[in-house]
Write a protein that binds this ligand. Structure first.
Ligand code: ARG
Length: 578
């Protein structure tokens, strides 16, 4: 059981291979002319120098028998296309199977891998910006999908908790007093704290000296300095956890894989690169030149792993991180959900890891980049006062605005229920607005659009789901009582809805293959629209007879479950009442 397009492609493959040779692809696509079209005859015809229509006929002669149960009509069209119409009985039976399946028809992976997903990774004592919102939401959704299809997933939150700024941050904390500093940080005034430290550092030479000495103490492992540093890390992660809880993402403290964790490995990274003969000296620094990377002047671009005074940097840590993921965690795949500006850094890290032999096929590292969140002015999103945006405040505002929208939509909700729904809608709206645009593009953050009950928004999808739940409440029918019913697809709308539901499988897999959650969003939006068309044309509770009513209730039930599961894969709640 799977998407019928996948099934028919599998059934056609032997016939195409018989006519066109091993590996001949049926090339099955959705089509306006029929349910699906197989175009593979064209490539074969070209290869063997035959007329494509004739190839299509030969394929059909071989495949006809297998397709009998699946298709009600097959036509050869145009220059040798096979236009395929699925039989209603086949679709209905596939849908009944999907309905009985916990994963609602989504295929499991043929090979289960161990996949590391590196996402969220904010920086200690710095405000999380909307870029961190993006990586957190996208990464979390990918984790959920990879888990669903049966991979083993390790989430790694590579927070920035190390480096020279910690000298000034610790000294600033001492000036403020530990308790005050800790309070500022845990309530999320990270930006204020950082700015305070920075301002002093820029203005005061004595403070600069203190900061520099503190960095030395930190790097030499001085116990008191490490204790102070620990306060900064703990209070910041406390704040990150509040944001994660509000957002409803899967990350916990167990997923922390901070930069500092790789410190003990950094000298070894350099040694191993030296032993591999890859290290060069450039302006006093130790570097590796991965082939093919040039600067603006066309000169080879180095990846610096140790600076002239012996310090290590971000790249060194990322190399240690690759070694750790490969050698300790035995990762098959490493997915980095990191903003587009870091594309070159990561590409160079991966290239050097390959040169050193740490990263070798079939093991892969993938960068999943994303664009910016813009304000109405099409510049980087900022708070109203032009300050950096506090993520927690943004999310609180989302919930508040949603509360209003929900109150207007349904006056019958109890105050208690409204609170729960407003949270689901507000947070869902923010996440969905992010996930539903092609991740590589920038998008404009617009409250009114994302909170609208119309259009490609979370509230629209959540409402579609809640509406189906209410059908069952009104009918006083238990949802699972219709789950063994094989639906009858009597109208075009029922048939279209069934076809869409069966494409859930493909939507999830397309999303995974391209690391692009917006594909699943588009599917869910299409599903909601197909459901609306069905609901307008096909009376459910007032159906002409009991069998039709039962069949339509069964369609309603699978639709609601696919919607709920789809939203869940995006990390979005689906309340039963709104
Ligand atoms: N903390 C970094 C930042 O905020 C992102 C870390 C990404 N992960 C990695 N392995 N480099 O920009």
């Amino acid at each position: 059981m799977a998407d019928p397009l996948v099934t028919v492609s599998r059934l056609l493959a032997p016939a195409f291979a018989a006519v066109g040779g091993e590996g001949a692809d049926p090339v099955v696509r959705p089509s306006d002319r029929a349910d699906a079209q197989a175009n593979g005859a064209l490539a074969i015809a070209k290869q063997v120098g035959k007329n494509p229509r004739q190839v299509a006929e030969e394929v059909l002669a071989v495949a006809q028998a297998q397709l009998g149960d699946v298709c009600s009509n097959i036509e050869i069209a145009g220059p040798g296309f096979l236009n395929l119409t699925f039989s209603d009985a086949f679709l209905a039976q596939q849908l009944a199977e999907a309905s009985a399946d916990e994963r609602l028809g989504v295929r499991s992976t043929p090979v289960a891998e161990h996949i590391i997903v590196d996402y969220s990774h904010p920086n200690v004592a710095k405000e999380m910006h909307v870029g961190h919102l993006r990586t957190t939401v996208i990464g979390d959704s990918l984790v959920r999908m990879l888990l669903l299809v049966g991979h083993r997933v390790t989430k790694e939150n590579h927070i920035g908790d190390w480096g020279t700024p910690f000298g000034m941050l610790i000294e600033h904390m001492l000036d403020l007093g530990e308790t005050t500093a800790a309070n500022d940080l845990s309530v999320g005034d990270l930006a204020g704290f950082y700015k305070g430290a920075r301002a002093k550092f820029d203005a005061d030479e004595v403070f600069q000296d203190r900061a520099r000495q503190r960095v030395v103490l930190l790097q030499s492992g001085d116990a008191e300095t490490l204790r102070l540093w620990g306060i900064l890390v703990n209070e910041s992660t406390r704040y990150f956890n509040q944001v994660y809880a509000t957002l409803g993402v899967l990350l916990t403290d167990a997923d922390l894989a901070p930069e500092s964790m790789y410190n003990p490995m950094l000298p070894e990274v350099v040694t191993r690169l030296r032993d591999a003969g890859l290290l060069r000296e450039s302006d006093g620094a130790q570097v590796v030149f991965p082939p093919g990377y040039l600067n603006r002047e066309g000169e080879p671009l180095p990846l610096i792993v140790q600076n002239s005074v012996g310090g290590y940097n971000y790249a060194t840590t990322d190399l240690a991180c690759v070694i750790d993921r490969v050698e300790r965690l035995h990762a098959d795949r490493m997915v980095y959900v990191v903003g587009a500006p870091q594309a070159q850094h990561l590409a160079m890290v991966f290239a050097v890891a390959e040169m050193a032999g740490w990263l070798a096929p079939p093991r892969v590292a993938v960068h999943v980049p994303f664009g910016n969140v813009l304000g109405a002015d099409r510049k980087m999103l900022k708070s109203r006062s032009g300050e950096s945006l506090k993520l927690n405040e943004l999310l609180e505002e989302a919930i508040e605005r949603a509360e209003q929208a929900v109150a207007e939509k349904n006056v019958d909700l109890s105050a208690e229920e409204r609170t729960v729904v407003a949270r689901a809608v507000g947070i869902g709206a923010v996440k969905y607005a992010d996930l539903s645009t092609d991740r590589i593009k920038d998008y404009v953050f617009e409250w009114d659009r994302m909170l609208s009950f119309d259009g490609n928004t979370a509230p629209y999808l959540q409402y579609a789901h809640a509406r189906i739940c209410s059908i069952f409440r009104r009918a006083q029918v238990a949802r699972d009582s219709v789950r063994t019913t094989t639906p009858v697809l009597g109208t075009p709308q029922e048939r279209a809805l069934a076809m869409r539901l069966l494409a859930f499988d493909t939507a999830v897999w397309d999303t995974i293959d391209r690391y692009s959650p917006h594909r699943l969003c588009t599917f869910l939006f299409d599903l909601a629209q197909d459901f609306t068309a069905f609901y307008e044309h096909c009376p459910v509770l007032k159906a002409a007879d009991d069998a039709t009513r039962q069949s339509r209730l069964a369609l309603c039930d699978v639709t609601a479950r696919v919607m709920e599961k789809g939203l869940h894969l995006l990390g979005i709640a689906a309340p039963e009442r709104m």
